[in-house]
Design a protein around this ligand. Sequence first.
Ligand SMILES: *[C@@H]1O[C@H](CO)[C@@H](O)[C@H](O)[C@H]1NC(C)=O
Ligand SMILES: *[C@@H]1O[C@H](CO)[C@@H](O)[C@H](O)[C@H]1NC(C)=O
Length: 504
Amino acid sequence: MRVARSLISLLLLSVAVLTAGCLATGNHEESTSDFRQALHQYVHSPSDVFSYRLIETTTTSQATIYTLNITSLTWLPESEVGSKHIWYHFVTVAIPNDLNKVNSQGFFFITNGRTDQPAPGADATTSSPVGIDAFSTSLAVNTKSIAATLYLIPNQPMSYNSDPEHLIREEDAIIGFGWRRFMNNTADNLLYVTQLPMVKASKLSLDAVQHFVQQKIDNYRLETFMVGGNSKRGWTTLLLGGVDNRVNSIVPVVIPTFGTKRFIKRSYDNMCAWPWAYYDYVTSGVTDQLFTPEFEDLTDIVDPLHYDRLDTIQKYQILAMGDEFFSPDLNSLSYRRVKGDKYVRYVPNAGHFLQDTDFLPVLQSYYYARHNQIEIPKYQFSHEFIPEGLLINVKITNGKRPTRVQLWSATNLNGPRDFRTTTIGVNAWTATELSEIEAFEWQVLVRNPVSGYTAAMVELVFENYVSVEGVQMAPLKFTTNSYITPNTLPCDISPDNLPTRQMV
Ligand SMILES: *[C@@H]1O[C@H](CO)[C@@H](O)[C@H](O)[C@H]1NC(C)=O
Ligand SMILES: *[C@@H]1O[C@H](CO)[C@@H](O)[C@H](O)[C@H]1NC(C)=O
């Protein structure tokens, strides 16, 4: 494999020399690689340790909630990761008393937690989003469908024996070290790409939920799932949707990672430094590798754009305007390459944790509509930079009338292109109502600010769209992508102009 890799690099190099002119504008992402199939192969290879046990049953007046303990897979050797060699997970499965057996779709939410805490593995301090277990149960009851929540993706805290610092690692610190280690030796270190076990454990947990439900309920089988998750679990959601045929709908939350290399480059170019939230990727040396062939190998595995199956399923991205990791313009960079049924919702006045927002109730309404095949609004949007600023256009194409259309914007007069709640505050976004320029069509000019930058998006709100037994649920909310004007970048990193490790 190692030899193959260098052969490929050599071949690429000679191609590059021969066609230097073409390659200057060519798309490096199209290069062939051994790694495009790695996730699919890994996820669908059998697991020797897979098993699950029912460990708890709780009943409420409207549902029964079963907690399973699933042993999913073996990861890196015990000599490297100790007890984290074998992963396990808690899953709560909420089955409403009046389950609608005609509908075979369920809801599956992937979250985190810690192995040193009691089941179900997540409490207010470690669970993202907070309150997901109560939400799952209420969603199950309201939609008469089964809702499962998967905890402990990834298994943490943990440490790597090969880590010279012997740090106790969680979350990004696990992934940052792992990605760097993979890029040091891509042939031998595939399993260090932590997304592999995260996705496979999620796949195996779907197997367990499916099996458990089939045992529990006569004449009923869960066939398909809407899968959601926040942040790294949102990334897991995207990749699971890419490789698992049971997933027919995804809700990746606060994770605009389509076109991975491009969004990471833009994160730096926006501020001429990395955002602090990238700390684990910067200090582990991952970001130093951005322009190497090994980074292409990594993105061959983790970039959701490489998974064509995603074109065929429903996608609803929920993103935060003030995200500490992801600036507002990132999702727009590769969005035209995301195909098929796709929806975006940017949440204004919210950071990465979406605290104090309505994202869960709005998601419940969205699930209800999708689950019951209620036609939801269809819309198109586009944007254009002109000398005065930014033009945003939105059009509804299936005659569904929003109750409100508004422009949300925020300005950072001091520059750089920094709209994190930690920089501009949590209430920096203001809304202006827009009126139609033509039937079902809106256009707005966002003027460039006198100094600094303005970020903006247009939101469509559909009140009273979904009701359950006469009770109105939260509105549906969709938005355009968000953009930053003026369209000038303070930095432009490249192979000849590498990023520093500076963070702001
Ligand atoms: C769940 O399973 C793992 C091993 O597979 C075990 O270590 C752990 O104690 C179990 N937890 C509970 C609460 O059953
Ligand atoms: C990667 O290789 C470099 C250079 O040999 C080394 O300093 C670094 O510790 C390695 N990183 C990992 C995570 O293996």
